[in-house]
Design a protein. Structure first.
Length: 134
C-alpha cells in the first residue's frame, strides 16, 4: 500500500492481546524526505483505538496534531519535531497528519488495533493552504 509517498512494506505480525484484542504491527517506509515548506494535505484520526509510530532509523520527523470532534479544529493545529529515536502514540480521536519524515528512506514501526471496525476518518485539506515552514 502506498499513500503520499509512504509505503506499508511489511505487515509484520498480528499480536494477540488477550480476549478479542489484537494489535497489527507494520513497517512503513517514506522513501523521500518532505521539503519545507510543506503543504498539509490531509488530517486523519482513529476514533476507536490508538496508533503508535516508532522510527527505526532514529531520524527526526514532524508531528502535526489538532483537536476537534467530527472535524479538526484548525485553530488548534500544532507542529512538533520528534527527535531521533522518539516515538509517539496518538490517543483515540486525535487528529494528525500522516508521516512527515525529514530524512530519505525513513522507516517506522507502526502498531494499531486489529479488527476494531472502521478506525480511520480523514479530512482532506484541498481548500486550505496550510504549510509547515522552518
Amino acid at each position: 500500500m502506498t499513500r503520499d509517498g509512504v509505503e506499508n512494506i511489511r505487515h509484520w505480525a498480528l499480536i494477540q492481546a488477550g480476549g478479542a484484542s489484537a494489535v497489527n504491527a507494520h513497517l512503513f517506509l517514506q522513501a523521500e524526505a518532505i521539503q519545507l515548506p510543506c503543504r498539509l494535505q490531509v488530517l486523519e484520526r482513529h476514533p476507536i483505538g490508538s496508533q503508535m509510530f516508532m522510527p527505526v532509523n532514529k531520524e527526526p520527523y514532524l508531528i502535526v496534531v489538532a483537536s476537534g470532534d467530527s472535524q479538526p479544529d484548525l485553530s488548534t493545529l500544532r507542529c512538533f519535531i520528534a527527535s531521533h529515536g522518539q516515538g509517539i502514540v496518538y490517543h483515540p480521536g486525535v487528529w494528525h497528519h500522516p508521516l512527515l519524515a525529514m530524512s530519505d528512506k525513513s522507516e517506522f514501526l507502526v502498531a494499531d488495533p486489529a479488527d476494531v471496525g472502521k478506525n480511520l476518518e480523514e479530512v482532506f485539506m484541498s481548500e486550505q493552504n496550510i504549510f509547515v515552514r522552518k
